[in-house]
Write a protein that binds this ligand. Structure first.
Ligand code: 5GP
Ligand code: ZN
Length: 114
């Protein structure tokens, strides 16, 4: 998917501020952080939205959450708390159509999120 921003990061065409990479995932810093710490956990496989998930993606999505947990712990946010968010489509505010898990930390989060 050469027109997909995150596929271009996976292929190495665009170099993000990388926090972690493994055979299944990339973890990058968000370019427009919404909290003192804001990272994105991105699967290497192109999946456009949460609506497009299939049972075969279950392991990848599970690994996304494990990576978020590990990242929060490594950055020192596990005890105080952090937020994970995955936006799906227009009303949720999805702007990049390759799924990604936001990991936000370093400030109090509001609920409902608005
Ligand atoms: P969404 O709105 O789809 O849930 O989240 C997309 C996120 O990608 C946004 O938080 C936005 O700031 C981030 N983003 C967009 N373009 C880039 C980029 O070129 N580099 C990085 N690191 N993040 C980006
Ligand atoms: Zn993609």
């Amino acid at each position: 998917m050469s027109d997909c921003l995150f596929c271009r990061m996976v292929s190495g065409d665009i170099k993000p501020d990388l926090l972690h990479a493994d055979e299944r995932l990339l973890v990058i810093r968000d370019i427009n952080p919404q909290a003192p710490f804001h990272a994105l956990v991105i699967p290497r496989e192109h999946i456009a939205t949460l609506n497009d998930l299939e049972p075969r993606h279950a392991d990848t999505v599970g690994r996304m959450y494990l990576a978020a947990r590990d990242l929060a712990a490594a950055q020192g946010f596990a005890a105080d708390g952090f937020r994970t968010v995955m936006n799906c489509n227009r009303l949720a505010g999805q702007t990049v159509f390759h799924i990604h898990l936001h990991v936000l930390a370093g400030r109090a989060m509001h609920w409902p999120p608005g």
